[in-house]
Design a binder for this molecule. Structure first.
Ligand code: NCD
Length: 312
């Protein structure tokens, strides 16, 4: 049985069921109509945005979503702007945000911070990325884009290319895929960037077929979806290790010579050099559309968390 959305923390995609995501997707489609106008259903709500790590899309799409719904936001980017710089603990910072706002969105480089914050805060906590672990609302957005662009997720062959070791978006995307029935997942990366064992275990438990490959060219023709991520330079414990894999994969027009007509290419962004800008003008590119869906998706998410869906 689904527990529904109202008042829930969003720490990992696996806290949710397929029917929860389908409810979110259906409401997101309705929100697409309002994502360039206004729907005043959260006028009495304040969302706190606590970004201890850099962000463009996640932070600004949450902020835009809240404003489109008539709500307000408070927050900061970088702990140097907060009293943490004076020695205050994260726990005390969370207590303050919880006292001022009705929900908290948090991003931090440390794994488990969102869960820790959820234990402290009375109000819902939404994980906007904790180290290499989770980025659940990005995965919901990734899955929504596939569902919206291709009509379904079940039965698809999906390639995930890049830094599968450190990218939290990859872990969350894979977790999200286990709520559906993709026919096969190709994990495409250099040896040293293969997914961590814990991520493979998630696929094993779900019984989803997967295969490791090193070269995108070997499997591109089978794919319905190609999901690309950048090398997560800031997560490498050693720059030498980073220098060794730097530039080791790149999607170009050449890569796309022999693909399915219906292929879609996704990327959580930002991109660095792994995706040639010339690909942007092909019919396969959906990553900017994906980023744009971030507003209606987060509008739907906030509406559900605040239990206001009957007002839509
Ligand atoms: C991602 C992140 O922060 O994990 N960005 C995002 O939210 N779209 C991906 C990344 O930084 O590579």
């Amino acid at each position: 049985m689904s527990r529904g959305w109202q008042g829930r923390d969003v720490i990992s995609v696996l806290d949710f069921k397929r029917e929860d995501l389908e409810e979110l997707f259906n409401l997101t489609m309705v929100m697409e109509k309002y994502s360039r106008s206004r729907l005043n259903i959260l006028e009495d709500k304040i969302l706190a945005l606590a970004f201890f790590e850099p962000s463009t899309r996640t932070r600004l799409s949450f902020e835009t979503a809240m404003h489109r719904l008539g709500g307000s936001t408070i927050g900061f980017v970088g702990e140097e702007a907060t009293s943490i710089a004076k020695g205050e603990s994260i726990a005390d910072t969370i207590r303050m945000l919880d006292a001022y706002a009705d929900a908290i969105v948090i991003r931090h480089s440390l794994e488990g911070v969102a869960k820790y914050a959820a234990e402290i805060a009375e109000n819902p906590v939404i994980n906007a990325g904790d180290g290499t672990q989770n980025h659940p609302t990005q995965a919901m957005l990734d899955l929504y884009t596939i569902w919206r662009e291709l009509g379904e997720i079940d039965g698809l062959t999906i390639g995930i290319l890049g830094d599968l070791k450190y990218a939290r978006t990859v872990k969350s995307f894979i977790e999200g895929l286990t709520l559906f029935k993709p026919s096969k997942i190709y994990l495409i990366s250099p040896q040293s960037l293969k997914p961590r064992r814990e991520v493979l275990t998630i696929l094993d438990i779900a019984g989803i077929k997967y295969e490791h490959v090193e070269n995108i060219e070997d499997v591109i023709k089978y794919l319905d979806v190609l999901y690309v991520v950048r090398i997560q330079k800031e997560r490498f414990p050693d720059v030498v290790e980073y220098e060794r894999v730097r530039g080791s994969y790149r999607v170009t027009l050449e890569t796309l010579k022999n693909v399915k007509d219906t292929l879609i290419i996704l990327h959580p962004l930002p991109r660095v050099d792994e995706l040639d800008p010339r690909v942007d003008n092909t019919k396969y590119a959906r990553y900017f559309k994906q980023a744009a869906y971030g507003v209606p998706l987060r509008m739907a998410l906030l509406t559900l968390i605040f239990g206001r869906e009957s007002k839509v």
